[in-house]
Each structure stands twice: as structure tokens, then as C-alpha cells.
Design a protein around this ligand. Structure first.
Ligand SMILES: Cc1cc2nc3c(=O)[nH]c(=O)nc-3n(C[C@H](O)[C@H](O)[C@H](O)COP(=O)(O)OP(=O)(O)OC[C@H]3O[C@@H](n4cnc5c(N)ncnc54)[C@H](O)[C@@H]3O)c2cc1C
Ligand code: SF4
Length: 512
């Protein structure tokens, strides 16, 4: 190593051996700096399993980089002298190694990027920030795409990403099968219980993970969640095993049951890969290419392959684009002026509403819920009840193992809470109990009656749904996608409308 090496900080969601800053550097001439810092574990109170997953994956990644010939300077959370912040640890590493320059890959979120942007002045050495090319669409590309449009919609962005990657295109460059999107085929309700339902691989913690689990249990005892169900992959090889399990066993039915929900079955035919993709253990494009190969080999139907690929090169890239395009103030938007506090049962699952008990309970156990549970159970309830969207955002950021602000915030604040006024989604994802009853088996064993709107046994989602529409009539009534529900509301007898609103007021009062 030279006297004044390059210093390459690698962040906790940059666990990719050929990430841009490393790819651009010579391993004989560089110190890789990996830092476990208190600020990142507590700026919101992350789920214990999320902290354990990231710290263990970081420790395993450091080993992988050393095996590849990198010199890694690794700072552990409990190292004496740990300053507790990323900038503080870079400062200490600058003192230790006297680097001639810093190379780093751009951060995932505004908060951390602001730190990186300050390093050059602070340390008076050149800092090169490399674009994170694990994503298909750069910030500049997304901004140019958005600038050319009056209205932003994921579907058109997604088609461009299909063209860019060549995924699922036919010989003429059109969409495979003649349609870009097979979402209409992907709305089957919960099936009868299937004893052969695929389950994610459960990885037994090795000594490194065990050590992390013990530290997390002690140090973050007051954070949500348990560690008893800790099953995460913590290395690239393990994450690849889960990827293969998904492709072999779940992908062929992924699309069909993408929106279904079942009591006691947190994972269904979902991939459970988001923590690994987001941390850098898996390559999203390679995964999509493998999904296409499975389709072309006749091992997965088109609606499943297309549906899966759309989530990754469509939604995942799109929400990141929106996050960076809109800027840091996006987190404070509140288009519906919702101000109620998040009910306490979001941290305990202690509610009689069976759907919420299921979705929150498994979140506490596994730091996981699938998309429709996040959108149509916990998200829907918060939207209907008029919960402050910033509190809802912080909750989602805390509780899911895959939650980083760039992906969580647009999904929560935009898609789920409509707090951006319709920038991300064309209508609020609001529903009464009928939707939940259609897509799940939850209502059959609930204390409430999904068919009733008023009375002690009425499903709370029903009165809250109509109350939400009535409360927000000025802001939402002109939305063409809500024309039908507003017509239905207007068509109800005045006394029925009053009874529903009184019922909703009682439900809301009981929340506080
Ligand atoms: C309110 C709310 C909050 C969310 N917060 C997060 C979050 O913090 N982190 C996160 O990764 N996803 C988030 N999502 C999106 C989605 O719910 C998760 O990606 C998905 O549930 C992860 O489980 P899975 O890997 O089994 O996904 P699958 O259903 O198997 O989907 C495959 C992959 O597609 C990607 N994907 C699917 N939907 C989305 C989406 N809407 N946005 C971005 N990527 C998507 C993920 O990488 C996922 O692994 C959120 C959705 C909602 C409604
Ligand atoms: S009846 Fe209502 S509260 Fe109960 S599970 Fe169904 S939707 Fe949820």
C-alpha cells in the first residue's frame, strides 16, 4: 500500500463487492472503511431484527472483501472511541490513514448524501462521489424523463425501463405477449390453505450473527420487535439460496396471489428478497434476467414473470426516482392535512381488528409484511383514520427490514397516504372491509362483522371509509377515479350518512 492511500467508505446498504467506488479503485492502493455507528441505528428506532440483519451482513461483507484482497478497516458499534456518526468515523479514519483522497458511492438518501457532500470541505482532501449504478436509472435520467412530462405515471416509466433493459421484449421490440402489463391477471383472492405453500429458507445464525444478535438484544432492548424469529440471509451466498428457492417454488404462482392475504401465512408466494436487494447482497437486474429465463424455459407463466419484473425495474426504480426528484421536503408533505397520532396498537398488534393484528403481529415477529398488507391493511387504516403521514412514515421506516428512506418514503407518504396529493398514485388506496374480505380469510375469524357499517359489531374500516371520503370531499371529489364512490355516498339517505359519520367518530375517539 502507498503512504497516502485512497479511503473508500462503504455504507451499510452498499454490500456489493463491485460497487462503483470499489470498481474504480485499485485494491493495492486503498483502505476500505466500514462503520457501525450509533446514529444510523437510532435516528429512528429500527426493528431489532433489521439492525441485526444489517450489522451481521456488514461484518460478513467485510470478510468477503478481505478475501477478495481489499484492506478493510472495520469499526464496530462497541469499539472504544467510536464517535457514533459516519462523519465522525471518517474523521478518525482520515487521522489513522492520512489518505490522499476519498472515493465513495453516492448515498441512498438525502440525509446521508448531505454528509458525503460535506466531507471535501471538512477534511480538505478531494472527495469523488461515484454514481450508484446498481440502479438502472440515474437521478439525471429520471429528472430528464420527468421534465418531459406533464403527469408522472409509473406505467410509462416502466415501459422505458423494459426497452432499456430488453427484458420481456419480443423480436419486434414490443412487449412479450402483446401487453406491457398483466396486472389484471394478478388479483386472485386467498386460496384454500395449501400444505405445500413455499416458505423462505430459514438460515441458522452463525457465530458472527449470534454475536450481533446478543449485542442488539442488549443494546436495543427498547426497539420494536423480537429476535426469536431471526431467519435472514446475511451473505451473498445465502441470499442466492433464497433467490433460488423463490424462483423454483414461488415464482410460478407469484402473480396469481400477489394481492392475497392469509391468516398465519406472512410470506405466501412473495420473494422475501427486498432486504437483500436493498442492502446490495443481490443484483436486481440479474434477478430479473433469471426470471425472464424461467419464463422462456416454460417454468413460469408470463403474468408472474412480468408482474415480478415490473415490481423491480418499474416500481422500485420509479419510487427512487420520485424520492430524489422531489427533494428532502417530500417527507413533510401532508396534502390531506391528517393530524391524528398513530394508535399505540401499531407497536403491539393489540387490537380486535384481526387483519391489523395479523399484519402488525407478523411485522413485529419478522420485520416483514408483503405489499398488500402494507398498503391495504396498515396503510389503508392509517389513511382512513387521518393519521399524520409523517408518523406513519417513521413507523414504516422503523419496522421493516427492507426499509430505507428512498424506497419507504414514496411508498408510504405517496402511494399509501396520498400525502403528496396524487403525485405518485392517481387515487388514494382507500377501501372498506369488503376489499379485505375479498382478498383474505381474515374477516371470517374477526370479532367484527365485515358486512355492517354501524353498531357495536360493525367493521371499523366501513364507517372510516365513508367518513374519509366525506371529510376529504373538497380535495378528492373531482378525482375521476373516485367518481363512483362519491356518487354512492351522495345516493345514501341523509340519516344513514349521519349514522355512518357518528359511528366513525366513535371509532376514532376509541383510538386515542
Ligand atoms: C406503505 C409501504 C411501505 C413500503 N416500504 C418499503 C420499504 O421500506 N422497502 C422496500 O423495499 N419496499 C417497500 N414497500 C414495497 C413492497 O411492499 C416491498 O418491496 C415488498 O413487500 C417486499 O417484499 P418481497 O421482497 O417479498 O416483495 P415481492 O412481492 O416478492 O416483490 C419483489 C420485489 O419487488 C420490489 N418491489 C415490489 N413492490 C415495490 C414497491 N412498491 N416499491 C419498491 N420496490 C418494490 C422489491 O424489491 C421486492 O423484493 C412498501 C410498500 C408500501 C405500500
Ligand atoms: S371485519 Fe373488518 S376489522 Fe375485521 S378482519 Fe375484516 S376488515 Fe379487518
Amino acid at each position: 500500500m502507498t503512504d497516502a492511500p485512497l479511503l473508500i467508505p462503504v455504507l451499510g446498504d452498499q454490500l456489493t463487492p463491485d460497487i462503483a467506488a470499489l470498481r474504480a479503485s485499485d485494491r493495492k492502493d486503498a483502505v476500505v472503511l466500514m462503520m457501525e455507528v450509533a446514529d444510523e441505528t437510532t435516528y429512528v428506532k429500527h426493528h431489532k431484527a433489521k439492525i441485526a440483519f444489517i450489522l451481521s451482513a456488514m461484518r460478513h461483507h467485510a470478510r468477503r472483501l478481505r478475501d477478495l484482497g481489499w484492506y478493510v478497516d472495520y469499526v464496530r458499534l462497541d469499539d472504544p472511541g467510536n464517535s457514533g456518526s459516519l462523519t465522525g468515523e471518517v474523521a478518525r479514519a482520515v487521522d489513522r490513514h492520512r489518505p490522499r483522497a476519498i472515493h465513495v458511492t453516492e448515498a441512498g438518501e438525502w440525509r446521508v448524501q448531505a454528509m458525503l457532500d460535506g466531507w471535501s470541505d471538512r477534511f480538505a482532501i478531494p472527495v469523488t462521489i461515484h454514481q450508484d449504478d446498481r440502479f438502472l436509472c440515474s437521478h439525471a435520467e429520471f429528472d430528464a424523463w420527468a421534465a418531459a412530462r406533464r403527469q408522472l405515471r409509473m406505467e410509462y416509466f416502466y415501459r422505458d425501463m423494459r426497452r432499456k433493459t430488453g427484458l420481456l421484449l419480443n423480436a419486434d421490440g414490443g412487449p412479450e405477449g402483446g401487453q406491457w402489463n398483466y396486472d389484471a391477471d394478478n388479483r386472485k383472492p386467498a386460496p384454500a390453505r395449501d400444505l405445500l405453500m413455499p416458505q423462505p429458507v430459514r438460515f441458522r445464525p452463525d457465530a458472527t450473527t449470534q454475536e450481533v444478535l446478543e449485542m442488539v438484544a442488549e443494546r436495543f432492548a427498547d426497539h420494536i420487535g423480537g429476535l426469536g424469529h431471526f431467519h435472514f440471509a446475511v451473505t451473498h451466498e445465502e441470499a442466492m439460496r433464497q433467490q433460488r428457492r423463490f424462483l423454483d417454488e414461488a415464482l410460478p404462482r407469484f402473480g396469481d396471489y400477489q394481492d392475497a392475504m392469509m391468516t398465519g401465512e406472512p410470506f405466501l408466494w412473495h420473494s422475501v428478497l427486498s432486504p437483500y436487494i436493498n442492502a446490495g447482497l443481490l443484483d436486481p437486474l440479474a434477478l430479473c434476467e433469471e426470471v425472464e429465463r424461467r419464463y422462456r424455459a416454460g417454468k413460469a407463466p408470463l403474468n408472474c414473470a412480468e408482474g415480478f419484473i415490473r415490481q423491480i425495474i418499474g416500481w422500485r426504480e420509479y419510487v427512487r426516482g420520485i424520492y430524489w426528484h422531489e427533494g428532502p421536503d417530500y417527507a413533510r408533505r401532508n396534502a390531506l392535512n391528517a393530524t391524528r397520532d398513530l394508535p399505540g396498537f401499531y407497536w403491539t398488534g393489540d387490537t380486535d381488528m384481526h387483519c391489523l393484528r395479523q399484519a402488525i403481529g407478523q411485522t413485529i415477529d419478522h420485520a416483514y409484511a408483503h405489499h398488500i398488507q402494507r398498503l391495504m391493511i396498515t396503510g389503508n387504516f392509517a389513511l382512513l383514520a387521518g393519521i399524520d403521514p409523517h408518523q406513519v412514515h417513521v413507523w414504516y421506516l422503523e419496522v421493516y427490514a427492507d426499509a430505507y428512506e428512498w424506497v419507504e418514503l414514496p411508498n408510504t407518504l405517496g402511494m399509501s397516504q396520498f400525502a403528496d396529493g396524487g403525485l405518485l398514485g392517481s387515487k388514494p388506496y382507500a377501501s372498506g372491509g369488503a376489499y379485505i374480505n375479498r382478498m383474505s380469510d381474515y374477516c371470517g375469524t374477526c370479532r367484527y362483522d365485515v358486512k355492517q357499517r354501524t353498531g357495536d359489531d360493525a367493521c371499523p374500516f366501513n364507517s372510516l371509509y365513508w367518513d374519509f371520503l366525506a371529510r376529504n370531499e373538497k380535495k378528492l371529489a373531482r378525482n375521476p377515479r373516485l367518481a363512483m364512490p362519491y356518487r354512492n355516498w351522495a345516493g345514501m339517505a341523509e340519516k344513514d350518512r349521519a349514522a355512518i359519520r357518528e359511528q366513525a367518530a366513535r371509532v376514532l375517539d376509541a383510538l386515542t
